[in-house]
Write a protein of this length. Structure first.
Length: 172
């Protein structure tokens, strides 16, 4: 780390710190400081990831394997960026007061690729806007992604990442 500092390789140092944060328990302040540093270096993707990780610590998140339907199967017409901008609807098994299907909103971050196109699959992170409505969701559960009424993708939950407040984990 000190070698990166001496040679002014700030982006490499930031990447190394982000890897450390992804592998080890760190504080909320750690992610917030990294987000600030990334913004100062005009590294918007890195800043977005650090902000996402800070949000995960506060609220928890889900990892899932998502497969989008192809356009021919009635899926999306275009690819979407995978850095948390998309807020699709998800059928996670909840019911509306009339007994019909209820859907829940969750932001979506695609791991390892900049976006996802119709017919493609990837591991994603889901950040529910109302985490309390997702408490029953567990690894192995199948959920469906909607944009409006039609199903555009299917996902299987692979991990529930609980929120972590001051080093203590709590169920979503």
């Amino acid at each position: 780390m000190r070698d990166y500092h001496r040679h002014h390789e700030w982006e490499l140092a930031l990447d190394l710190l982000m890897e450390i944060g992804d592998e080890h328990a760190v504080s909320l302040q750690f992610w917030s400081l990294l987000a600030d540093a990334a913004r100062q270096m005009m590294l918007e993707h890195s800043a977005g990831w650090c902000e996402w990780r800070a949000w995960e610590m506060q609220h928890g998140t889900f990892r899932a394997r998502l497969s989008l339907l192809s356009t021919e199967e009635g899926g999306r017409q275009t690819a979407f960026p995978g850095q948390g901008q998309l807020r699709p609807l998800w059928d996670i098994g909840n019911r509306a007061p009339d007994g019909g299907q209820a859907v829940n909103v969750a932001r979506l971050w695609v791991e390892g690729v900049p976006g996802l196109a119709p017919g493609e699959s990837a591991t994603v992170r889901l950040a529910p806007l109302s985490p309390e409505q997702w408490r029953h969701v567990e690894p192995g559960d199948g959920i469906t992604m909607h944009e409006g009424r039609p199903v555009v993708g299917m996902a299987t939950i692979i991990e529930v990442i609980p929120r972590s407040v001051a080093g203590q984990e709590a169920r979503l």
